[in-house]
Design a protein around this ligand. Structure first.
Ligand SMILES: NC(=O)C1=CN([C@@H]2O[C@H](COP(=O)(O)OP(=O)(O)OC[C@H]3O[C@@H](n4cnc5c(N)ncnc54)[C@H](OP(=O)(O)O)[C@@H]3O)[C@@H](O)[C@H]2O)C=CC1
Ligand SMILES: CC(C)(CO)C(=O)C(=O)O
Length: 307
């Protein structure tokens, strides 16, 4: 069955997932802007992908969500610091049966969206992919399965979750509906909150981070604090969550870097507030001490001012 999807924020994630869904014949409307919008309108979307290249000669793209109207799903593909403005433009896309799927790294995007459209309209999600815009109208997918893990807010198995899961799988993507989507989001957050700030401060790739016992200890200490914050917000992570995240660090490419350090190093806006910033904020809100993350946050914030 064809689904109607608005991709709000057609960058690495939105462009790749939206592109695959459109290629499979779904009704995908891209909400974009600037040169990327002009290129998509003029010559469509090109995707260079480790899972197979493809080109969509024509795509539906606009900068005005009102032109799209109500959809079945909104795939929210903007960066965390762009969320507020993007959420404000959701109005005309969301009807009584619309589901807004969050893909942002971090744990706060679902609530930010729910504050405006209501919890029942949100499917909290997380993506695993390495994809980026390689110029206007051009997406490059260089790694990761292209996996979306998502569910209803209360983890109920619903018809709309199943319909989206099927559409994604039939489009060549990987879709996972976990038993508890909050455990999935917070498990990923263990990596984001710890690796991101430490890698930025050390200005080092994964190969260096994991090679020094002291760095590993620092990352583990940061993760243990995040685990406590998760617990204080009602999310109990599995006993092996920290070990698994350390094993994930060990599996990453030697020369790989976090998106946080790449953004900060190139002087771009970053997702620091949604990563280590969120650990500190949620720690304070729940009365959970986060001394390691407090230091990481202060030092990384200072680095953002210095670039
Ligand atoms: N890319 C990846 O491989 C992964 C990304 N993620 C997460 O997914 C989220 C999205 O990241 P990513 O795809 O890399 O981000 P990108 O910067 O590649 O894409 C975001 C796109 O949204 C556009 N945009 C922002 N606000 C609006 C708006 N109001 N209306 C229309 N377009 C808008 C941006 O345009 P402009 O450039 O003009 O601002 C940009 O094209 C992030 O939270 C990221 O951490 C998670 C895992 C992997
Ligand atoms: C989990 C992590 C930190 C791996 O690089 C990531 O997703 C990112 O860099 O954006």
């Amino acid at each position: 069955m064809t689904i109607k999807v608005a991709v709000l924020g057609a960058g690495g994630v939105g462009g790749y997932f939206g592109g695959r869904l459109a290629q499979a014949g779904h009704d995908v409307r891209f909400v974009a802007r600037g040169e990327h919008l002009a290129a998509m309108r003029g010559s469509g979307l090109t995707v260079e992908s480790v899972a197979g290249d493809f080109a969509l000669e024509t795509v539906v793209a606009t900068d005005d969500p009102a032109e799209v109207g109500v959809v079945d799903y909104v795939l929210l593909g903007v960066k965390t610091w762009q969320l507020e403005a993007a959420i404000a433009s959701l109005g005309s896309l969301v009807g009584p049966n619309t589901a807004v799927v969050t893909t942002q790294n971090g744990v706060e995007a679902p609530q930010q969206v729910a504050d405006v459209v209501g919890r029942e309209a949100v499917l909290p999600g997380a993506v695993e992919v390495v994809a980026f815009l390689d110029g206007p109208g051009r997406v490059r997918h260089i790694g990761g399965l292209g996996k979306l893990t998502f569910s209803e807010w209360d983890n109920q198995k619903s018809e709309r979750v199943e319909r989206l899961r099927k559409a994604l799988e039939e489009s060549g993507l990987t879709a996972v509906v976990p038993d508890d989507v909050w455990v999935a989001l917070w498990s990923k957050f263990l990596a984001l909150g710890s690796f991101g700030a430490v890698a930025t401060l050390a200005d080092s790739p994964y190969g260096v981070l994991r090679s020094r016992p002291g760095m590993r200890h620092l990352i583990v200490d940061s993760m243990n604090e995040i685990k406590q914050v998760a617990k204080a917000t009602g999310v109990e992570l599995p006993g092996d969550a920290v070990d698994k995240t350390l094993a994930f660090l060990d599996s990453l490419p030697e020369a790989g870097t976090t998106s946080l350090q790449r953004d900060i190093n190139s002087g771009k806006p970053s997702e620091l507030e949604a990563w280590t910033g969120a650990v500190v904020r949620l720690g304070r809100a729940t009365g959970t001490p986060t001394p390691i993350n407090d230091i990481l946050y202060e030092l990384t914030s200072a680095r953002t001012l210095a670039t």
